[in-house]
Write a protein that binds this ligand. Structure first.
Ligand code: GLP
Length: 244
């Protein structure tokens, strides 16, 4: 779906998430959300916070699993995804803190593999993701599933692509400060979500959006796996959709 305005598009995505939360509330169930970081979802989170404050939307039945986190990364570091999510969403809503799951970037090598398997298990224990929100990186990554990621991959440690580190460099005040690794949910973790919405804003995403939507499914552009998802929508603005 191509909108002329990313603001309007973000509001519509937030409304879909809010409707799902309310529907689950009505049924006395938890709503399991997979969440993304980056600039793309910021406006969606802003709108959800507004709905909480002005319309009484409650997040007390919401359980969240974030896609990824840098490794190594301290939680209180300004560049951490932990910090991002609290600043843009969690600090402003009534979600119980025990319902929040963000990959732990502080783990040493010997514990991280088991931790990733546990993260995957925890998602399954809650019955899987009802909704997964995504952005897309210039390499075609979703989460931090860089080129080469397997369709069956689960939550794991990944080495970041050079382009990804270049794109992150401004936030870290130089590429040397960008971690070389990350923990990311896998392609299969995302593909198992019941509903997937990918956000793409701006001309600089146009090329990768074209490859993702119109190209052959390939591990070289991991987002192309989404072509095989039964309930996935790309929500784009004019710029990101301009090459389609
Ligand atoms: C990072 C995140 C991705 C995100 C991507 C795009 O690499 N790990 O989940 O989709 O950035 O970020 P932006 O939305 O700022 O373009």
């Amino acid at each position: 779906v191509i909108f002329s305005d990313s603001n309007e598009a973000s509001i519509i995505v937030a409304q879909e998430i809010a409707a799902l939360i309310r529907k689950k509330q009505g049924a006395g169930k938890n709503c399991i959300l997979g969440l993304a970081t980056g600039s793309s979802p910021i406006r969606v989170y802003e709108e959800l916070v507004r709905m909480h404050k002005e319309e009484g939307l409650s997040f007390n039945n919401v359980v969240t699993f974030n896609l990824d986190e840098y490794l190594p990364m301290e939680k209180d570091n300004r560049q951490s995804y932990w910090h991002f999510m609290h600043e843009h969403l969690f600090n402003h809503i009534d979600i119980p803190s025990e319902n929040i799951h963000i990959p732990d970037g502080t783990l040493s090598n010997e514990y991280v593999r088991e931790y990733c398997l546990g993260y995957e298990e925890a998602i399954k224990k809650f019955g899987g993701l009802d909704f997964q929100l995504l952005g897309i990186g210039r390499t075609g990554h979703i989460g931090f599933n860089e080129p080469g990621s397997h369709r069956n991959s689960g939550t794991r440690v990944i080495t970041l692509d050079h382009i990804t580190r270049v794109d992150a460099a401004p936030a870290f005040l130089g590429i040397d400060n960008v971690p070389r690794k990350a923990i990311t949910m896998g392609i299969s973790t995302v593909m198992n979500a019941k509903r997937v919405v990918l956000l793409g804003w701006g001309q600089n995403k146009a090329d990768i959006i074209k490859k993702t939507v119109e190209g052959e499914i390939s591990s070289q552009v991991p987002a192309t796996y989404l072509q095989g998802h039964k309930n996935c929508t790309f929500v784009l603005d004019d710029g990101a959709g301009s090459e389609l």
